[in-house]
Design a protein around this ligand. Structure first.
Ligand SMILES: *[C@@H]1O[C@H](CO)[C@@H](O)[C@H](O)[C@H]1NC(C)=O
Ligand SMILES: *[C@@H]1O[C@H](CO)[C@@H](O)[C@H](O)[C@H]1NC(C)=O
Length: 404
C-alpha cells in the first residue's frame, strides 16, 4: 500500500519535472523575446536547477526511454560539472541495459552535432563512449577532429572499456597516422593502463622514451606506477620507483603517501599501511582525512572494526573532517558487525555536521537498535532524521510500524 502511494507520487513528480525541464530547454533555444516574456514564468529553471533536477530524476530512474527523455529534456551538455555527472550516470545506466543505439544517438545529438565544434564536448563524448564500451564510436569521434586532447580522451576511453591492447595500438600508431604530438598526460594515461592491466613493468621503457623526448615526469607518473606494482605485489619494484622519484626531483609527499596507503589497503594489507602511516607521522608529515579514509575503509573491509574505530576517534581528535562517505562506510560495517551502539555514535556525529545518511544506510542502525531492545534509541534516531528531512517521513512509516 505504502509502496503504491510512493510509486504513484514518483510518477507524478517525474511528469511534472519533465514538463519543467522541457519548458526550460525550449526557453533556452527560443528567441530572445520568448526568453524575456515566457508564456509560463513559473516553468523557468536556471541552468543549474535544470541540471540538478535532471540528476535527481536520473538517480532513481531505470527505464531506458525515460532516461533518454530526461537527458534530452534537460539538454545536457558537457558545459558544467553537474551536466557531466548527470550524463555519465545516464550513460552507465543505458549501457548496463545494453541500449547502445540510444547512447549513440544521445551522445551524437547532445555533444557532437553542435555547429561550433567544442573540443571539450568532443573529449567528453569520447570518454562517454569508452565508459559504455563503445570504442568504435569513440574512434569515430576522435577521427572527426584529431588533437592531443582528443587522443588523450581516446586512450582514457580504452582504459574505461578495459581494452588495453587497443590502447597500446593507438598509442603506437596514432601520433604518426594523425600527426598528433603526445604530451605528459598521454604518457601518464599509458602508464595507468599498464598498471591496470598487470603489465606495470612496461613503465620502464615508456619512461625511457619520455626522457629521450624531454618530458619531465610528475607525481602522477610515479603514483600510477606505484599503484600498479603494489597491485602486482612487486614490493621490490615499489622501492625502485621511490628511488627513481627522488632522482627526478619528485620527492614523495602526502599525495604519494596516500596513494601507497590506499594501494596497501586495497590488497588487504592494512597493517602494513598503518606502519607506513606511522612512519609518515614520525617524519613530520601531517595525515589528511584522505589518509584516514583509506585506513578506516581498509580495516573495515578486513573485519578489524576495533582498529577502524580507533582510527576514527584519532581522526576526530585531530579535528580532521572527512567526506561523508567515510562516515557512511563506517556505519555500514559497524552494523554488519552488530555494533549498533558504535554505529549510533557515528550517526550522531554525521548529523551534527548536517549530513544525514540516506534511508538505505540509516535503516540498518535503526533496525539493529530496535532488534537489540533499544527501541527508544531507534525511535530517537528516526525522529532526528525526520526533523532534518521532513520530506522523507513517509519512508520511515513502515519501519516505525514494525516497531510497535
Ligand atoms: C578492443 O577494441 C577494438 C576496437 O573497437 C576491438 O576490435 C577489439 O575486439 C577490442 N578488444 C577487446 C579485448 O575488447
Ligand atoms: C601531472 O601532469 C599532468 C599533465 O599535465 C596533469 O594532468 C596532472 O595533474 C599532473 N599531476 C600532478 C600531481 O600535478
Amino acid at each position: 500500500m505504502a509502496l503504491h502511494t510512493a510509486l504513484r507520487r514518483r510518477n507524478l513528480e517525474f511528469h511534472l519535472l519533465l514538463r519543467c525541464l522541457s519548458a526550460a530547454s525550449a526557453v533556452a533555444t527560443a528567441s530572445p523575446s520568448a526568453i524575456l516574456s515566457p508564456s509560463n514564468p513559473s516553468a523557468i529553471l536556471t541552468a543549474k536547477q535544470k541540471s540538478r533536477a535532471a540528476l535527481s530524476l536520473l538517480k532513481s530512474e531505470t527505464d531506458p526511454s525515460r532516461i533518454v527523455d530526461i537527458c534530452r529534456a534537460a539538454a545536457l551538455t558537457s558545459a558544467s560539472h553537474l551536466d557531466r555527472v548527470a550524463l555519465s550516470s545516464a550513460i552507465s545506466k543505458l549501457s548496463s541495459s545494453l541500449c547502445f543505439s540510444a547512447i549513440r544517438s544521445l551522445v551524437d545529438d547532445l555533444l557532437l552535432s553542435s555547429k561550433d565544434h567544442n573540443p571539450r564536448f568532443l573529449s567528453h563524448a569520447i570518454v562517454l563512449f569508452g565508459q559504455a564500451g563503445m570504442l568504435d564510436d569513440a574512434l569515430r569521434a576522435f577521427r572527426s577532429s584529431p588533437s592531443c586532447s582528443s587522443l588523450n580522451s581516446l586512450l582514457f576511453a580504452c582504459i574505461l572499456s578495459k581494452n588495453h591492447s587497443e590502447l597500446a595500438k593507438i598509442f603506437r600508431d596514432y601520433p604518426t597516422t594523425y600527426g598528433v604530438t603526445p604530451n605528459l598526460e598521454t604518457y601518464n594515461i599509458v602508464i595507468r593502463s599498464f598498471a591496470e592491466s598487470g603489465t606495470t613493468r612496461s613503465f620502464y621503457s615508456v619512461f625511457e622514451e619520455m626522457r629521450k623526448r624531454n618530458f619531465k615526469p610528475n607525481t602522477t607518473t610515479f603514483c600510477n606506477t606505484l599503484e600498479g606494482f603494489y597491485r602486482e605485489l612487486r614490493f621490490d619494484e615499489v622501492e625502485r620507483v621511490l628511488e627513481l622519484m627522488k632522482k627526478h626531483d619528485c620527492h614523495p609527499g602526502l599525495t604519494t603517501c596516500n596513494v601507497r596507503i590506499q594501494a596497501l589497503c586495497k590488497i588487504g594489507r592494512s597493517e602494513q599501511a598503518k606502519d607506513l602511516f606511522r612512519e609518515m607521522v614520525k617524519s613530520g608529515m601531517k595525515p589528511s582525512w584522505v589518509t584516514y579514509n583509506h585506513l578506516i575503509t581498509g580495516f573495515c573491509k578486513e573485519g578489524n572494526l576495533n582498529e577502524a574505530k580507533r582510527l576514527y576517534k584519532e581522526m576526530r581528535s585531530k579535528g580532521c573532517v572527512a567526506e561523508s562517505g567515510v562516515y557512511f562506510t563506517l556505519i555500514h560495517y559497524l552494523c554488519k558487525d552488530g555494533d549498533f551502539e558504535a554505529a549510533l555514535g557515528v550517526c550522531e556525529d554525521t548529523m551534527a555536521r548536517n549530513w544525514v545518511p540516506c534511508f538505505a544506510i540509516m535503516e540498518m542502525p535503526v533496525n539493529g537498535l530496535a532488534s537489540s531492545s533499544k527501541v527508544g534509541e531507534a525511535k530517537d534516531l528516526i525522529k532526528k532524521v525526520k526533523e532534518r528531512f521532513p520530506k522523507g517521513s513517509e519512508m520511515w512509516k513502515e519501519v516505525e510500524d514494525g516497531m510497535q
